[in-house]
Design a protein around this ligand. Structure first.
Ligand code: PHB
Length: 391
């Protein structure tokens, strides 16, 4: 009998909850921290646009909770990212933190995530070590080792013998240099020089001269999203294509946001990455359509898909926890989640909280008057190799 009453009370509570309008229920506030201004503003624009496209497609309610997105600009400065994260959690009641346009910005928030046990979704930054910095961090972008290594495989199988690497001198660049070189050398290639360029305001001219002097078959490049157009211009102006030096890179360099503005010099560039606007699938067709509709006809790049899938992860995890966004429950729910992204099939590695995904080798081609990253080869379901190696 007592059991019956207890069930009755629980039933009543459930009924009341269902009967309440969604707006009267506790909302789940998501603090989206991004560089909306400064040199990496294109990342902030794309990630936030992807997150908004997800909410436009799927609505703003999940497991009976209203989802509220609060976008804050850190200007790409790590101290700001940390300060904003603390404010969002302590003063504004944010239950989930997300965004993070560059590795140092994600790293700055890791202690906040750990101390406050706040689920933190990295939607953009790509250094492998980020998910190791806090057990409350997961990621929907990818890691540099994951998408640099296949470029090494491709190069070794396509007649390239001698390479110079050129990367931005910070976390993701070091990861890209290491994993491209490791794979390329293991398959018989030779890396004759490793050039590192400053992250801020790079002038590529002296570095490109060093590449030219080394007379490699190809130069392998990583630069963060947004910088590729300037690099492409200097690469072409300094005559590297005429010197017979092929450009191979991570897809950050031929980022779909700016690819069209690069013009002819970009054609033929080979890159490895997890997303191209030109990816052929029904899910991507629907994504590009809704994205353009809610974002003024803007072309979505890989950063936007990190934002879109970050929201997919949050919605799927909340569905699983029945709306519980507290750190331990949420992070448990994240492990092993899988869904079909605009980029292809993805899942969250239960051991590392990083994303398992296809990596595509693409070639820049003129498709009906627009430059596109056209997929030519697929490496299916890759994990982050850096963490697999450490095991
Ligand atoms: C990073 O800082 O982790 C980062 C930034 C831009 C990219 C990739 C990685 O395109």
């Amino acid at each position: 009998m007592i059991k019956g009453i207890a069930l009755g009370v629980a039933g009543l509570a459930a009924a009341l909850t269902t009967a309440l309008p969604v707006t009267a229920q506790e909302a789940v506030k998501i603090g989206l921290i991004l560089p909306m201004t400064g040199p990496f503003a294109s990342t902030g624009r794309q990630v936030s646009a992807g997150a908004k496209a997800y909410m436009a497609a799927k609505g703003d309610t999940v497991a009976g909770k209203k989802i509220e997105l609060v976008i804050r600009d850190d200007g790409g400065v790590a101290d700001q990212t940390r300060r904003i994260a603390q404010e969002l959690v302590v003063n504004d009641g944010a239950k989930v933190l997300a965004g993070f346009g560059l590795t140092p910005l994600a790293m700055a928030v890791a202690p906040v995530a750990t101390q406050a046990k706040i689920p933190t979704v990295v939607m953009a930054a790509g250094t492998a070590a980020i998910t190791k910095a806090s057990p409350f961090i997961t990621r929907t972008s990818g890691t540099l080792p994951q998408y640099s290594m296949p470029v090494g495989t491709w190069a070794s199988q396509n007649g390239i013998k001698k390479v110079v690497t050129l990367v931005s001198d910070y976390g993701p660049g070091i990861d890209a240099e290491k994993w491209f070189s490791k794979e390329f050398k293991a398959k018989g290639g030779e890396v004759v020089e490793a050039v590192r360029v400053p992250l801020q305001n790079p002038d590529f001219a002296p570095f490109l001269q060093r590449v030219r002097d080394a007379k490699p078959d190809a130069v392998f490049v990583f630069l963060p999203s947004g910088v590729g157009a300037l690099f492409m211009k200097q690469f072409s102006d300094r005559g590297l294509p005429e010197a017979g030096i092929k450009l191979i890179a991570t897809g950050d360099v031929t980022d779909d946001d700016i690819l069209n503005s690069m013009g002819k010099p970009a054609i033929g560039t080979i890159t490895g990455h997890f997303y191209a606007t030109a990816h052929e699938s029904p899910e991507n067709k629907a994504y590009v359509e809704v994205f353009k509709k809610v974002n003024n006809d803007m072309r979505p790049n890989f950063m936007s898909v990190g934002g879109y899938d970050g929201m997919a992860l949050i919605y799927n995890a909340l569905e699983k926890t029945k709306g519980d966004a507290t750190g331990p429950a949420f992070m448990e729910a994240v492990k092993g989640l899988s869904w079909t992204s605009p980029r292809g099939p993805v899942s969250i590695d239960p051991d590392t909280r990083d994303i398992i995904q296809n990596i595509y080798i693409r070639e820049v081609k003129d498709v009906g008057g627009e430059l596109q990253n056209v997929e030519i080869q697929t490496f299916a379901n890759l994990k982050d190799p850096e963490k697999a190696e450490a095991k």
